[in-house]
Design a protein around this ligand. Structure first.
Ligand SMILES: [Zn+2]
Length: 155
């Protein structure tokens, strides 16, 4: 499994298209916002990733979506909810496992549907689908840093 470095060519396109918006600004209500599509449906604007911001030294990754909203996800949250089988077993539920606040070392794109994240603690098997990242970002937007206590297991 290989990762594209953060400064790799593949993400310059994402970066140039990424629009910053204030994290505290709620997204405008959208018709498709009230009823997120069930898992397995084709990707929509809500779950189409248009930008990734993960500068070296940052503790937070920022994601831009085709519906114009953005998500902020601290490394601790992303790493803790790593969806890989090694972290989660095969129960199907995604549980928070506190692995501290590691450096985000590598980001790779997987097809047109996921990011592969490599961490400073050496863990690099997590495939984060765009819908999963969107869901995690929305939940973090609601609960903030208390998300792991509020939802030790994702709904
Ligand atoms: Zn994992």
């Amino acid at each position: 499994m290989t990762f594209r470095p953060l400064q790799g060519k593949g993400f310059s396109r994402f970066r140039s298209k990424f629009r910053m918006s204030a994290p505290s600004t709620p997204s405008a209500p959208r018709p498709d916002g009230a009823n997120p599509p069930p898992a397995g449906t084709p990707s929509t604007a809500r779950t189409t990733l248009t930008g990734v911001k993960a500068p070296h030294g940052a503790r937070v990754m920022e994601l831009g979506w085709a519906d114009g909203s953005s998500s902020r996800l601290p490394h601790r949250i992303l790493r803790g909810y790593c969806p890989c089988a090694g972290c989660q077993g095969h129960s199907g539920a995604i549980r928070f496992h506190d692995a501290g606040d590691p450096e985000l070392r590598d980001i790779g794109q997987v097809g047109n549907y996921a990011l592969e994240l490599g961490w400073g603690d050496g863990h690099a098997t997590g495939i984060y689908t765009f819908p999963f990242l969107r869901r995690l970002g929305d939940l973090y937007g609601v609960h903030g840093d208390r998300l792991p206590e509020a939802l030790p297991e994702l709904p």
